[in-house]
Design a protein around this ligand. Structure first.
Ligand code: SF4
Ligand code: SF4
Length: 353
């Protein structure tokens, strides 16, 4: 089976907030007048660092519309190729007005290591971009065996991308993705109907194993690519200008709170707090009125005081868990062997640094 480039962590680069479109639900409130953009030097440094750390297997260029800076993305694609690092690009396809230009652009990017082109398209994007652009992209993808994902965001559960773009259902290299508008970014000003509530048992971070570190144009690093990430400043791991990617990853991976949300889910967070700190538990949002995991995450962690108290409680919980694990080990293999085991783990960690 061909390696798909997704077996380790992903480094997302939010390269720009400028976009020729102004979609009504844009999570980052992008528009043609925004000037925020990552410096190409920071992007170069991060791609090299990600490749050399061996902890990442994919770079994801996202925005805004990154292909407004197509020449810079080609330079960065060349660097990724040099380091044998595949990448994805997310775009609205505004540039794909004729087939031969589209084919040439995609061929060039594929030769540099483009794995997937993620195209955002739905009725809101269609106010700005002609459907033919999307057909040009999909047909070009078919011609050069390039994976295309056409992702649509809808207001009603009745709608989906298959219904909106039935012409694309049978293309071999194209997948159609559907999601629904979330109450974040520009959409937070809309009066969104609540379609359904999610049981808390179903609420986990979207990726259970790996991290998608998202570096914002100014170097700020978030632990996920959720549309809610930038609305939750309490999730920030640090800044890529003054921290290494491996340190930032360790901050995410080494935090029991993040691990719990990823692997055991929000119901475990509720259980732990109910057992350890009932007053804090009572401050959590109603578990029967959860729209989706990231909305819940935002509701909990954008509240600075609640977020601080939960982190403090989890630090205590982590210490207790480590103490009880060590006591069990001592009981099982004795104090000396436990000490040598810890020393060998610490040495391994030093070697990996
Ligand atoms: S195309 Fe994407 S980045 Fe641009 S305004 Fe629409 S949702 Fe935002
Ligand atoms: S639940 Fe929170 S940390 Fe997890 S993906 Fe959603 S916003 Fe990110």
């Amino acid at each position: 089976m061909e390696w798909n480039g997704y077996d380790k962590n992903t480094l997302g680069l939010c390269y720009t907030l400028r976009c020729p479109l102004t979609c009504e639900f844009c999570c980052y409130e992008c528009n043609p007048h925004r000037n925020e953009k990552m410096s190409i030097d920071l992007a170069k440094k991060l791609i090299k660092e990600a490749s050399q750390s061996e902890q990442f297997s994919l770079i994801a260029f996202t925005g805004g519309e990154v292909l407004l800076f197509i020449e810079e993305i080609k330079i960065l694609g060349n660097i990724a190729k040099e380091y044998n690092m595949p990448f994805t690009i997310t775009t609205s396809g505004y540039w794909a007005k004729d087939f031969s230009t589209t084919l040439k652009i995609l061929k060039d990017f594929k030769s540099l290591g483009l794995k997937t082109l993620n195209v955002s398209y739905d009725p809101s994007h269609a106010k700005f971009v002609n459907k033919n652009n999307i057909f040009n992209i999909v047909k070009a993808g078919e011609e050069i065996n390039l994976h295309i994902q056409v992702a649509g965001i809808y207001f009603s559960l009745e709608d989906n991308t298959e219904k909106f773009l039935p012409e694309l259902i049978d293309y071999k290299y194209t997948d159609l993705i559907t999601s629904y508008v979330k109450n974040v970014g520009r959409a937070s000003k809309l009066d969104l109907p609540i379609n359904k509530y999610e049981p808390i048992e179903n609420c986990f971070c979207y990726s259970r194993d790996h991290y998608d570190l998202l570096v914002w144009y100014d170097g700020t690093v978030y632990p996920c690519c959720s549309t809610f990430n930038t609305s939750i400043p309490n999730l920030i791991l640090g800044n890529a200008y003054n921290m290494k990617l491996s340190e930032l990853l360790l901050k995410a991976e080494g935090t029991l709170l993040f691990k719990t949300l990823k692997r055991q889910g929000f119901s475990k967070l509720y259980d732990i707090l109910e057992e350890r700190n009932y007053n804090l538990f009572k401050k959590l949002p109603n578990p029967n009125r959860i729209i989706d995991p990231c909305s819940l995450c935002s509701e909990i962690f954008k509240n600075c005081e609640l977020s601080k108290d939960i982190k403090k409680e989890f630090e205590k919980y982590e210490t207790n868990e480590i103490d009880s694990l060590l006591s069990s080990m001592v009981a099982l293999i004795g104090e000396e062997k436990t000490k040598s085991f810890i020393i060998s783990c610490t040495n391994k960690k030093e070697v990996h640094k």
